[in-house]
Design a protein around this ligand. Structure first.
Ligand code: TNX
Length: 477
């Protein structure tokens, strides 16, 4: 049993004899960045293997021939473990980190000493977009918690952490042109003390993530989910009166007004500052659940927000509702709610060049309760047990959508009911591993029973990392 999640393209045992790893000596190409070297060492440190000058050799090398035969993903890598040492080959630096992450999962400490089975792995992902969408508004999770989530998503070889930064309850990112928004940071569901990311926090967080090949995608949710903004700027409302702070969990009641002369300058300031502060290529501009707006006005918001994002050199992302506006080639739409009557719109948007990130609520929403008895979470999309997060196919979720319109997969976690890091992690684990495998692994190689057994085998490492998880009865722990 090899506790690898997501399951690689090819895994072959090569010898009955294991490698014993008292410590590791890194043998690196001259031009490998110190940052990457440090993050590779961090993978080993996570399983208590030290890097020393006289350890077992772990050779890392860039080589275009790395990976499964015929694979062209830039993330492809190969890992060879023999009783004498370890070698990683990758087309690009990110693949070397993937190889180190695979090695980390292979380290077995059941007998005390670290051993690794002798295997050859050739591996490459199915989708490039593999992510987690994380709500840090409903309950505030600060830089330390977000870093812990970066480490977790990285361990499953995910590449995107999408942060939902604005909503009715709070505003979580400093906007230099609109410093007053900080007044909306100290609130969350149930009230109480919350916070926000300063410009410096945000820059440092992006660097931390980038060192682990994770891109931060910021979301400014509009034209609904804006009560934090209308609480600060009464001028954005219809009657010019600021709205009250909101600490409940209803959705759909707040909104901007397209014809209000204050609206476009607000969108330009916020999107402009976010785009300037963001290192990655994407800015998410929300668009979900505006229950009190005519379609025509909504479409104007979609057009304007997308245009401003593009003017700043970024690619816009919307929730699926963005398909109700004009889309341009390359616009990303994030599917979340099975609304059959909208499927034709999604297919039309794909024909116009939009691409889809699949986050179906009934499979990938990790804030859904596991079962009716589960103490945490919501259940509007049903109960989502581990098997539900595992057994779904991204290309068949939307009837009629061509498979090549699927850009990738993102799990999502909303935090209406989640207040601590352990609560958060107990919803993410073990289900995030299931979604990561949907995003990475060839569907023909997926098998729930095997996945559940690998999940059980991975749990001791999660315990030692301090990662809380839900001991679902679907796994024989
Ligand atoms: C729907 S998903 C929402 C969020 C809630 C979530 C709770 C989406 C685009 N909007 O506002 O937090 O459900 O599961």
């Amino acid at each position: 049993m090899l506790p690898l999640i997501p399951w690689p393209t090819e895994v072959r045992p090569t010898s009955a004899e294991n490698l014993t790893l008292p410590s590791v000596r890194l043998v690196l190409p001259d031009d490998l960045s110190a940052t990457l070297t440090g993050v590779v060492a961090e993978q080993l440190a996570a399983v208590h293997v030290d890097v020393t000058d006289d350890g077992v050799p772990f050779t890392l090398r860039l080589d275009p021939a790395a990976g499964p035969a015929g694979a062209d993903s830039p993330e492809r890598y190969s890992l060879t473990v023999t009783p004498d040492g370890v070698e990683a080959l990758a087309a690009e630096p990110v693949g070397l980190l993937h190889a180190a992450r695979t090695l980390r999962q292979l380290v077995d400490r059941t007998g005390g000493a670290a051993t690794v089975p002798a295997v050859v792995v050739h591996d490459a992902p199915r989708y490039a977009w593999r992510g987690l969408s994380f709500d840090v508004v409903r309950h505030w999770f600060g830089p330390e918690d977000i870093r812990a989530v970066v480490d977790l998503v990285g361990a499953f070889k995910l590449r995107v952490l999408h942060l939902h930064l604005t909503d009715d309850q709070g505003w979580r990112l400093e906007i230099p042109s609109r410093p007053e928004l900080e007044k909306a940071s100290d609130n969350q569901v149930g009230g109480g003390t919350a916070g926000f990311l300063t410009v410096d926090d945000y820059a440092a967080l992006q660097e931390y993530a980038a060192a682990r090949f994770v891109t931060i995608v910021p979301e400014f949710d509009m034209p609904g989910h804006v009560n934090a903004a209308t609480h600060v700027y009464g001028g954005l409302t219809k009657d010019g009166v600021a709205t009250d702070a909101y600490d409940g969990i209803e959705v759909g009641f707040s909104r901007l007004f397209f014809d209000n002369p204050a609206t476009e300058p607000f969108l330009r300031d916020v999107i402009g500052d976010i785009a300037r502060m963001t290192h990655g290529d994407w800015v998410h501009v929300g668009g979900d659940e505006v229950h009190t707006m005519e379609l025509g006005e909504f479409a104007q918001f979609v057009e304007l927000a997308a245009r401003i994002v593009r003017e700043h050199g970024k690619t816009p992302i919307f929730w699926q509702e963005g398909a109700r506006g004009p889309v341009e080639p390359g616009t990303l739409l994030q599917y979340w709610e099975p609304k059959g009557e909208e499927f034709e719109r999604f297919v039309a948007a794909a024909a116009a060049g939009a691409r889809f990130i699949m986050s179906p609520g009934n499979h990938a929403y990790l804030d859904m309760k596991y079962t009716p008895e589960h103490p945490l979470g919501l259940h509007w999309a049903g109960y989502v047990e581990l098997r539900d997060s595992y057994e779904w196919e991204p290309t068949t979720v939307i009837d009629g959508l061509p498979g090549d319109a699927v850009e990738g997969v993102s799990a999502a976690i909303w935090t209406e009911t989640l207040t601590t890091r352990d609560e958060l992690f107990s919803m993410l684990l073990p289900r995030l591993g299931a979604v990561a495998e949907v995003a990475w692994t060839d569907p023909a190689a997926k098998d729930f029973d095997a996945f559940a057994a690998r999940t059980a085998a991975a749990a001791p490492a999660w315990r030692s990392h301090g990662w809380a998880f839900h001991p679902t009865p679907q796994v024989d722990w």
